[in-house]
Design a protein around this ligand. Structure first.
Ligand code: HEM
Length: 377
């Protein structure tokens, strides 16, 4: 598609598809011509909106200057300096999770490690009491659940559960936000509660966005990392430090980007690579394809952790560049290091790979481990 139809209109899905790195970058950076506001998208083609469900306005679905107002109060907390301060706590949380797996010789890496870790970390940053974390995980799973099949009954069931989770979680955040008004703790709910210029709905939307944006994506990064390293037989090279694990993580982000596509809507008529996009048209930007564009990456179909520079756009670019990018990288770094320190041997079973639908990741990744005598520091 990059070569033959780099910008094409798909009649069935009623969207333009953009595949080349340069074009995807251009659209993401041009927020004047392409809005992130999905409420401008009509009817069917919206994968993010449901009937009867009001869309909470958050930074991810607004454009500057609104988007800046909704983001700037929290920006500092996700900069590298702050993320370094969280690192010791993330190490502890990771260690606790590995301790729970201590006696196991086999476990599902996706389900028992990669899924809970990001939820625990974001719950901690938000300041969710530990005894509510299971409930929190249930809500977050329900919010991102997809129907198991395309029958009406199944779609309705998923939609109802999602709606209920959204209501319950919204109510729960509203209560915590009210309780923490005037408080001095340094968690993110307290920060939002005491930020002026944000409505109650915007504060609730912010809390929900943080939970949703960072969980499955980071889970998939961790799962895709073990999947890729095992597939390429590079796990031991990362364990010994022969391969730098930060670079390995960057290559996983490029090669198996957890988010494969983003959407924008044209607000003006625009020429893109010789095609005429009209105001109101939906544009799907294929990050996954851009990250394998041979104009930008040498041998893009090869997994090469030594790749440097690695200018992937797995975290997007422009004003919406992922708020949690440094956090996700730090979590992946801590997780990979501690996991490989803890288990002398880790074998993933790649014989029955079942991809998730919608996001790039795996439903499960059974692993066999041994030599877990040396607890991670
Ligand atoms: C590997 C993990 C992650 C990936 C691949 C990822 C990817 C992305 C991408 C592609 C965007 C751009 C969306 C757009 O332009 O429409 C984005 C935005 C965002 N991400 Fe992440 N993300 C990850 C982890 C996280 C984490 C851990 C958090 C938690 C704080 C987070 C919070 C956000 C937020 C709040 C935005 C919206 C930023 C804005 O609109 O200004 N992400 N992410």
């Amino acid at each position: 598609m990059r070569r033959e139809a780099p910008v094409r209109f798909d009649e069935r899905r009623e969207t333009w598809d953009v595949f080349r790195y340069e074009d995807v970058n251009r659209v993401l950076k041009d927020h004047d011509a392409f809005t992130a506001n999905r409420s401008l998208e009509d009817g069917e083609s919206s994968g993010n909106r449901e009937e009867g469900m009001p869309m909470l306005q958050t930074m991810i679905t607004t454009d500057p200057p609104e988007q800046i107002r909704l983001r700037e109060f929290v920006n500092e907390r996700f900069q590298p300096g702050s993320i370094r301060e969280y690192q010791p706590r993330v190490k502890e949380l990771t260690k606790d999770l590995l301790d729970d797996l201590e006696d196991e010789e086999q476990f599902d890496f996706a389900d028992e490690f990669a899924a809970p870790l990001p939820v625990i970390v974001i719950a901690e940053l938000l300041g969710i009491p530990a005894d509510r974390r299971d409930q929190f995980k249930e809500w977050s799973d329900a919010l991102v659940a997809r129907p198991a099949d395309d029958t009406q009954a199944e779609m309705q069931r998923v939609q109802q559960e999602r709606h209920q989770a959204q209501q319950e979680m919204g109510g729960y955040f509203a209560k915590l936000l009210a309780e923490r008004q005037g408080g001095a703790d340094d968690d993110l709910i307290t920060l939002a509660a005491n930020t002026e210029g944000l409505s109650r709905g915007e504060k609730i939307g912010f809390c929900m966005l943080l939970l949703l944006a960072g969980n499955i994506t980071t889970t998939n990064l961790l799962t895709n990392a073990i999947w890729s390293l095992e597939e390429q037989e590079l796990t031991d090279a990362v364990r010994t430090g022969e391969i730098n694990h930060n670079q390995a993580i960057e290559e996983v982000l490029r090669y198996r980007s957890p988010i494969q596509s983003l959407k924008r809507i044209a607000v003006a008529d625009v020429e893109l690579n010789g095609r005429h996009i009209q105001a109101g048209d939906v544009v799907t930007l294929w990050l996954g394809a851009a990250n394998r564009d041979s104009e930008t990456f040498d041998s893009p179909e090869e997994f090469r952790p030594e790749r440097k520079p690695n200018r992937h756009i797995a975290f997007g670019t422009g004003v919406h560049f992922c708020l949690g990018a440094h956090l996700a990288r730090m979590e992946a770094d801590v997780a990979l290091k501690q996991l490989l320190d803890r288990f002398e041997r880790l074998d993933a079973d790649l014989s029955d790979i079942r991809p998730l639908s919608g996001l790039y990741g795996l439903e499960s990744l059974p692993c066999e481990v041994s030599g877990n005598a040396s607890p991670a520091k």
